[in-house]
Design a protein around this ligand. Structure first.
Ligand SMILES: C[C@@H](O)[C@H](NC(=O)OP(=O)(O)OC[C@H]1O[C@@H](n2cnc3c(N)ncnc32)[C@H](O)[C@@H]1O)C(=O)O
Ligand SMILES: Nc1ncnc2c1ncn2[C@@H]1O[C@H](COP(=O)(O)OP(=O)(O)OP(=O)(O)O)[C@@H](O)[C@H]1O
Ligand SMILES: [Fe+2]
Length: 568
């Protein structure tokens, strides 16, 4: 099959031909470069209007053979640009009398890495201009495991370079200047698997204004921003137990980012793949390749339904082109692989730390991360160990079951904690749809729902006390057996079903913001999406449980967060 791809979300007016027989992709791109400032939507659309016919003609001429389908970026992107590229795609599909395929641009960034690497089911880090997120595949959809809560990563870098008077795009200029720079501290913001850039960017601009050499700020921006992305990618690998990572998006052209991701994957025995530059930056090649997979699956679109969508999110797309659904079988396989690799029940390799179990105690150590700048690494490990010890105890005082903290060693970044629970909540929710044994499955589902409801109550209690957990995932909840929980002397409201403990408070902080509380809930719900065999009833149980204890404002805000588009 030969597919013509058209890309026109913002700066790249691009057309490509992909031939499935040879796996060859030829790409023709005409880039819009603003004369001053950043991308102006109207100018970008004007460029799109002029450039699209030419790149399409060149791509078709080069192919020289008939085309079987036309694929185009439906979104996300700038509305005026999308509409022009969409109109061209519709006209072409009509005149060639071939099917039309509407592609999600961010999924194309992710799928091109999977396609070129041959990986089976990787986690994908998309680091592009207008977006930044980590995707994992479960139950027939790509789930957003973590994302920016403000701007895309490239846009953030570009805003900084505008401030210092450099021309667009700024990313490559930061990379060049960073070669001459030294480290200075900038804010580092990771909440669960989400992250934000606005605080860092304000601090970076202020540092330059106050006389810090711009090279030092560029160097530190890379260390901080890419350190955050790498950390989040590692958390996603740990949560999903995947051992494959692919990179997508224009910022992926940065050598320091790729170096960090390579080092992180190497340290945890995972494989890393970044496609070549022509497939990282916006390009129609990735649209043609995913378009071909969709067309082969019959996933084409009627002209009448082919409206563009500037806020099109990757998790809205039902995945038709993958044979596996990423359901229970895939989860089980990864679980077995992980168990074989660890080879012992006495030690865990978390995303951040190693946890050794010795009798009724565990020792948790945050080892240095080779990918991170040593100064940043030391600061984070020390701060988090102190915070974890403080908030673990603070939560206990509020009546939320947590491990007793026996010892804190800030020098070694080590904590000695009481061993709690029998398994992570993840094991229960992963298992809750086992069709081989219906009775066991119903029991597991009921147990999962009860535990999730209890977690919701615990989070509401923390929020009422003025702090957040910061990383409430199904891995950071320990669940004990109902019979083994020992007579209810803990005074927990759910003693009859065993205790549900919260652990791993290293990313927690004090706050009185409804937004922060709602984000805490959002992080937990998304971890259900990323790990549970059947997330929907669990989400419902969570919201019900939160509603019983917590403020309705938080739940309202949670729904608002879920409905928010991130494209800016
Ligand atoms: C929706 C779509 O229009 C959008 N496209 C987009 O952002 O273009 P993309 O080609 O993926 O990425 C461009 C960004 O990539 C950055 N960039 C390019 N080379 C870079 C480098 N060496 N280091 C850091 N950033 C770099 C640029 O500064 C710019 O912000 C997206 O994918 O989010
Ligand atoms: N006090 C504890 N009692 C029992 N098990 C524990 C305890 N602390 C940690 N564990 C186990 O070790 C695993 C990793 O611990 P923790 O989440 O604290 O480390 P981490 O490196 O931050 O992991 P991640 O970032 O992947 O959540 C937990 O999922 C849990 O299975
Ligand atoms: Fe892009």
């Amino acid at each position: 099959m030969r597919v013509l791809g058209i890309e026109g979300t913002a700066w790249a007016a691009s057309a490509a031909c992909y031939d499935t027989a040879t796996d060859e992709v030829s790409i023709e791109t005409d880039a819009y470069l603003p004369e001053s400032g950043g991308i102006h939507p109207r100018e970008a659309a004007e460029h799109m209007r002029e450039a699209i016919p030419d790149v399409v003609e060149t791509a078709l001429d080069e192919q020289g053979k008939p085309i079987d389908a036309v694929a185009f970026s439906r979104g996300p992107g700038l509305g005026p640009c999308l509409r022009i590229a969409g109109t061209a795609a519709r006209a072409l599909a009509g005149s060639l009398d071939v099917p039309l395929v509407g592609v999600n641009h961010m999924l194309a960034h992710a799928e091109i890495g999977r396609h070129r690497s041959g990986f089976d089911s990787p986690v994908c880090l998309n680091a592009s201009g207008a977006n930044a997120h980590v995707l994992g595949y479960t139950n027939g959809r790509y789930r957003i495991l973590g994302e920016t809560t403000d701007t895309g990563v490239g846009n953030a870098l570009d805003k900084f370079t505008r401030h210092v008077g450099w021309s667009h795009p700024g990313g490559p200029k930061i990379e060049r200047a960073a070669a001459e720079g030294e480290y200075v501290d900038l804010p580092y913001v990771v909440t669960g698997m989400d992250f934000s850039f606005s605080g860092i960017m304000s601090a970076a601009k202020a540092a330059v204004d106050e006389g810090t050499p711009v090279e030092d700020v560029c160097f530190s921006l890379q260390e901080t921003v890419f350190g955050m992305l790498t950390e989040v990618a590692e958390r996603a690998l740990s949560l999903t137990r995947s051992s494959e990572l692919v990179l997508g998006g224009g910022v992926g052209q940065n050598a320091r980012l790729r170096e960090m991701l390579t080092a992180m994957c190497e340290a945890r025995g995972a494989e890393f793949f970044a496609p070549e530059a022509r497939f990282l930056q916006d390009n129609a090649g990735m649209i043609a390749v995913l378009g071909a997979k969709m067309a082969a699956a019959g996933d084409t679109i009627a002209i009448a339904d082919s409206r563009v969508d500037s806020g099109f999110r990757p998790d809205e797309v039902p995945v038709t082109w993958r044979e596996d659904r990423g359901g229970r079988g895939a989860i089980e396989e990864r679980r077995n692989d992980a168990a074989r690799e660890i080879g012992s029940a006495d030690a865990y390799q978390g995303a951040e730390a190693t946890v050794e179990i010795a009798g009724d105690r565990v020792v948790k150590r945050r080892h240095p991360k080779a990918y991170r700048h040593p100064e940043l690494d030391e600061r984070l490990r020390r701060d988090r160990i102190v915070q974890e010890a403080r908030l673990t105890s603070a939560a206990r005082r509020e009546g939320v079951p947590t491990p007793v903290v026996h010892d804190v060693d800030t020098h070694e970044a080590a904590l000695t904690l009481e061993h709690v629970g029998e398994c992570d909540l993840r094991e229960i929710v992963e298992a809750s749809e086992d069709d081989s044994d219906a009775t066991a499955a119903t029991a597991a589902t009921a147990r999962g729902e009860r535990a999730v409801r209890t977690v919701a109550g615990h989070l509401a209690t923390l929020h009422a006390a003025g702090f957040v957990h910061g990383d409430p995932t199904t891995r950071n909840v320990r669940v004990s057996d109902p019979l083994a929980s020992g007579g209810g002397d803990e005074g927990d409201r759910n003693t009859d079903e065993g205790l549900t403990y919260l652990i791993d408070f290293g990313l927690g902080y004090h706050t009185d913001s409804v937004e922060d509380y709602a984000m805490d809930c959002h992080v937990f719900e998304r971890s259900l999406d990323g790990t549970a065999a059947a997330p929907d009833p669990l989400r419902a149980a969570f919201e019900e449980g939160y509603g019983e204890v917590g403020s309705p404002d938080v739940l309202d805000r949670l729904r608002e967060i879920e409905g928010r588009g991130r494209y800016q």
